[in-house]
Design a protein around this ligand. Structure first.
Ligand SMILES: NC(=O)c1ccc[n+]([C@@H]2O[C@H](COP(=O)([O-])OP(=O)(O)OC[C@H]3O[C@@H](n4cnc5c(N)ncnc54)[C@H](OP(=O)(O)O)[C@@H]3O)[C@@H](O)[C@H]2O)c1
Length: 253
């Protein structure tokens, strides 16, 4: 595919969970549009390796952050403002799961999944909304999942958290519309990353899942990065409160 232009020259974005997978690809695509990008993840080694691979140079900043820890989130945005002097958008990409049924789940496991997926998204969106409403312009994009709409074994709590993200998207869209901040989400089907490797690395499971996708393959990180850039750009200025399914047509069947 040739290089698409989203007119993001010089814009400043925070991308959470960008040391690998979908977040890494979103950060790379933003950098290729000459945006300035702040990436975060919990592990310093992962961030260093990602920074070395990203084509960022002085347009890239990496800040180790656990997004469910309020003081670390505050520091992430403070360092963004100190380094780049502003904020134009946030991509809430962090997501994690611990395989368990809901009935047998330890309450501590419930909290971990809800904290990292939903509370962390709230903490980042809250901070970004507070910063961007002052200049009456901004974008917030969150990565949900088809698991928000369809229950799947061992992914129940994750699905509940992602459903929360979709509602949070609508609520924030309402609250931030007067400030010209658009808030949207993307719900992918299975994307080939480390997160979903236990599923797609098993050939039988892989083939079973692919059969449910009319376009006949799993998604790649770039399939999610492109619609994310659309939601980060002025091309989507009149769209807010929406979740776009990026599922190769699976939900159309
Ligand atoms: N892959 C799929 O099939 C699929 C399908 C639908 C939706 N999604 C969603 O897409 C998003 C990206 O998934 P992915 O497949 O790219 O995942 P991934 O490969 O596991 O990458 C997750 C990233 O998030 C970081 N991270 C995890 N927990 C964090 C926390 N509490 N605070 C800060 N950073 C954290 C990880 O780095 P550290 O470990 O160093 O923190 C890593 O950089 C997630 O929201 C996921 O739910 C994925």
């Amino acid at each position: 595919m040739g290089q698409l232009s989203y007119n993001l020259d010089g814009k400043i974005f925070v991308v959470t969970g960008a040391s690998r997978g979908i977040g890494f690809e979103i950060a790379e695509q933003l950098l290729q549009q000459n945006a300035r990008v702040v990436i975060c993840a919990r592990k310093v080694e992962g961030l260093e390796a990602a920074s070395a691979r990203l084509t960022g140079g002085k347009n890239l900043l990496a800040v180790p952050t656990h997004i469910a820890h309020v003081e670390e989130v505050d520091r992430l945005f403070a360092e963004t403002l100190n380094t780049f002097g502003g904020l134009d958008g946030l991509v809430n990409n962090v997501g994690m799961n611990l395989m368990t049924s809901v009935v047998d789940a330890d309450p501590g496991v419930w909290s971990k999944i809800i904290d990292s997926n939903l509370t962390g998204t709230f903490l980042c969106a809250r901070k970004a909304g507070q910063i961007m409403r002052d200049k009456k312009k901004g974008k917030i994009v969150s990565i949900s999942s088809i698991a928000a709409r369809r229950s799947a074994p061992a992914m129940g709590i994750y699905g509940v958290a992602k459903a929360g993200i979709e509602m949070l998207t609508k609520v924030l869209a309402q609250e931030l519309a007067p400030f010209n901040i658009q808030v949207n989400a993307i719900a992918p089907c299975m994307v080939q990353t480390k997160f979903s490797e236990p599923f797609w690395s098993n050939k039988e499971l892989h083939d079973q899942i692919v059969k449910t996708i009319p376009l006949g393959r799993l998604a790649k990180p770039i399939d999610i990065a492109h619609p994310t850039l659309f939601f980060c750009s002025e091309a989507s200025d009149f769209i807010t409160g929406q979740t776009l399914l990026v599922d190769g047509g699976a939900s159309a069947v």
